[in-house]
Design a protein around this ligand. Structure first.
Ligand SMILES: Nc1ncnc2c1ncn2[C@@H]1O[C@H](COP(=O)(O)OP(=O)(O)O)[C@@H](O)[C@H]1O
Ligand SMILES: [Mg+2]
Length: 236
């Protein structure tokens, strides 16, 4: 279980997250929704140790992640796909993937498995990552995180800027990870797809967790969607 217990984070004394608690179980998809600036990316960065937390704890089973350096956290089995992909543009596709592999001493078999999910990358292993299309870069960022064989994966708007067909591919991968017992914390703007694949949904507003719900409850009463995300229906 990934357990976030009462964490607060700030940038230069400006508080961005207040007292956030949530849990992600293995094989569970938790959708995290909220408007721009709500603090969704900051929450994922706090889990990855990329933003220092002011208080609270983050645990992976009995390992205290919040005591670890940022570079140790992927080695514990937490994969992260940052918003905007953040690849190493000068490195080849293959080199980017191997950084994921080496962080956990995984074998080439894991690389083959990740590539089997994204066959288009296979023909581009020697290409510089910065020259890939936006969709290909997103696939690479996802494949790189999968090369860790993570137990939990944090995805920050993975569908951003992708064509509908690729968005479906990304959602299919999330479902596949779930069936492999990986826990997924998914930040998304694509509400319909998120509701389809998530087990639970939490809403963040101004750095505060406002509400927890299920896709089923939200289909009966979509009010939190209009209140915290600003959509009238969930057909986007
Ligand atoms: N590096 C930073 N320095 C200062 N403020 C930041 C930084 N990153 C984000 N913020 C602020 O923190 C708040 C939450 O941002 P963010 O976590 O990116 O929100 P979201 O991902 O929900 O859009 C915003 O008000 C944003 O301006
Ligand atoms: Mg964000």
């Amino acid at each position: 279980m990934l357990t976030i217990d009462r964490i607060s984070s700030s940038y230069a004394q400006v508080k961005v997250l207040s007292d956030i608690s949530l849990k992600v179980e293995e094989g569970e998809v938790l959708g995290l929704l909220g408007r721009n600036g709500a603090g969704k990316s900051t929450l994922l960065k706090s889990i990855m140790g990329l933003v220092q937390i002011d208080s609270g704890t983050i645990m992976l089973d009995d390992i205290t992640l919040s005591d670890q350096h940022a570079h140790e956290i992927p080695k514990c089995g937490i994969g992260y796909i940052p918003q905007g992909r953040r690849l190493f543009p000068e490195l080849m596709v293959e080199e980017n993937l191997k950084m994921g592999l080496f962080a956990r001493n995984n074998s080439e078999e894991v690389l083959d498995w990740a590539l089997s999910l994204f066959p288009v990358l296979k023909s581009r292993l020697k290409q510089k990552s910065g020259t890939l299309s936006g969709g290909e870069q997103q696939m690479l960022a996802t494949a790189r995180a999968l090369c860790l064989q993570p137990r939990y994966i944090l995805m920050d708007e993975p569908s951003e800027g992708l064509m509908p067909k690729l968005i479906e591919t990304i959602f299919d991968i999330v479902e596949k990870l779930k069936s492999d017992k990986v826990g997924v914390l998914l930040v998304e703007q694509k509400i319909e797809g998120t509701l389809r694949i998530s087990d639970r949904i939490v809403f963040l507003e101004n750095g505060i967790l406002k509400e927890e719900s299920t896709p089923q409850q939200l289909s009966e009463n979509p009010e939190p969607l209009s209140m915290y995300v600003g959509v009238k229906s969930h057909t986007n």
